[in-house]
Ligand binder design. Structure first.
Ligand code: ADP
Length: 145
């Protein structure tokens, strides 16, 4: 069973996230979209809201599950028997950020990271841009599922 975890804050889930998960479907038997929780981090949408948004985005696709975890992503992967971590790359700063984490996860936990490049039409989308627009009362509907 090829199971991958797609971890993130998903505050909120965007069309960029949806694109990565859908394009990764042929590679895996199951993809767990996993919301990492961190008590110190202030989110705009509650955990329940974020979970619901993700469930709605992938409703009807039995290969995609939603989960919530605390602590290290690699520990969560081990716990649920996922050998792969799925991540999206938009630009060189995503790459620089991801590189050492992926190397450490591989070395320490044997979890292999798989990266997909964002589609050109989604590369500029980030949850933080959506939050900025939302905070200022703007219309962000074109950026989210
Ligand atoms: P984090 O809090 O780890 O940054 P996010 O919820 O922002 O989590 O993102 C989760 C994953 O989705 C990361 O691998 C991130 O690079 C990727 N991602 C976010 N936005 C996009 C996008 N527009 N296109 C492709 N990948 C994206």
């Amino acid at each position: 069973m090829k199971r991958a975890v797609f971890p993130g804050s998903f505050d909120p889930i965007t069309l960029g996230h949806v694109d990565i998960v859908e394009r990764a479907l042929p590679l895996f038997d199951e993809i767990i979209v996993a919301i990492g929780t961190n008590a110190a981090k202030k989110n705009m949408w509650t955990l329940e809201e974020r979970k619901q948004q993700i469930e709605n985005a992938f409703a009807g696709n039995s290969k995609i599950k939603v989960a919530v975890y605390e602590g290290l992503t690699a520990d969560f992967c081990k716990k649920i028997g996922a050998r792969f971590l799925l991540r999206g790359l938009r630009n060189p700063s995503d790459f620089t950020y991801e590189q050492t984490i992926a190397q450490a996860n591989q070395k320490v936990n044997g979890v292999e990271s798989v990266f997909l490049m964002s589609s050109p039409e989604h590369g500029y989308i980030s949850s933080s841009i959506v939050r900025d627009i939302a905070r200022n009362g703007g219309d962000y509907s074109a950026l989210v599922p």
